[in-house]
Design a protein around this ligand. Structure first.
Ligand code: GSH
Length: 197
């Protein structure tokens, strides 16, 4: 398998965490999103993912999967252990809802400066909702890591990078700290990637 990734991409970060949790080896193929106007916009990558976004996962069959949550659900389907979604349908829906809580940012399709400006807004709004909905024990949805944690940790990383104050979100900060102790999360960190700058 090959993961088209960018060390700083929160969507790619999510997939890296899931691959590590499932103990699935994947070759990292870095796609720099700024260099030369974005290597993701070059025809070579456009042929991989016409949406020109990372992540994309190329399977050994040659199939290419896109959209981080669709990729993670595929990984969950083919390697069910350890589960990232609870078995109970109501619980599954709740976990998916928490994981999807902040998607508008990407849908806006704005340039990076605008995204950064809005990011503070989305973080504060999204994190405020999450803070009231999660029950750290010590992870976002109980004593086992779920899809919510794979999405939350990259989001907290981005928030810190963009200097969004997190003091209003002690539960989210505690969940992030609990995840940071796990090797699967540590190995997926942006600074631990081969393309880190
Ligand atoms: N909804 C997509 C979002 C993917 C996405 O927006 N990736 C960003 C990096 S986090 C990207 O490739 N941006 C490049 C661009 O927009 O030019 C997912 O979850 O995979």
């Amino acid at each position: 398998m090959q993961l088209y990734t960018y060390f700083r991409s929160s969507a790619a970060y999510r997939v890296r965490i899931a691959l590590n949790l499932k103990d699935l080896p994947a070759e990292m193929v870095p796609i720099h999103l700024q260099k030369e106007g974005g290597l993701n916009r070059k025809p070579e990558y456009r042929a991989v993912n016409p949406q020109m976004r990372v992540p994309a996962l190329r399977l050994d069959s040659g199939d290419v999967l896109t959209q981080s949550l669709a990729i993670i659900e595929y990984l969950e389907d083919v390697v069910p252990e350890p589960p990232l979604l609870p078995r109970d349908p109501v619980e599954r829906a709740k976990v998916r809802a928490l994981a999807q809580l902040r998607y508008l940012k990407n849908a806006l399709g704005q340039d990076q400066a605008k995204i950064d400006e809005w990011y503070h807004h989305w973080i504060l709004e999204g994190f405020a909702a999450l803070e009231t909905m999660v029950r750290p024990a010590p992870y976002a949805y109980g004593d086992a890591v779920t899809l919510v944690d794979t999405c939350l940790v990259p989001q907290v990383y981005n928030a810190r990078r963009l200097k969004v104050p997190l003091d209003r979100f002690p539960k989210l900060v505690a969940i992030d700290a609990a995840c940071a102790k796990l090797a699967a999360f540590d190995r997926a960190r942006p600074e631990n990637q081969p393309d880190a700058e």
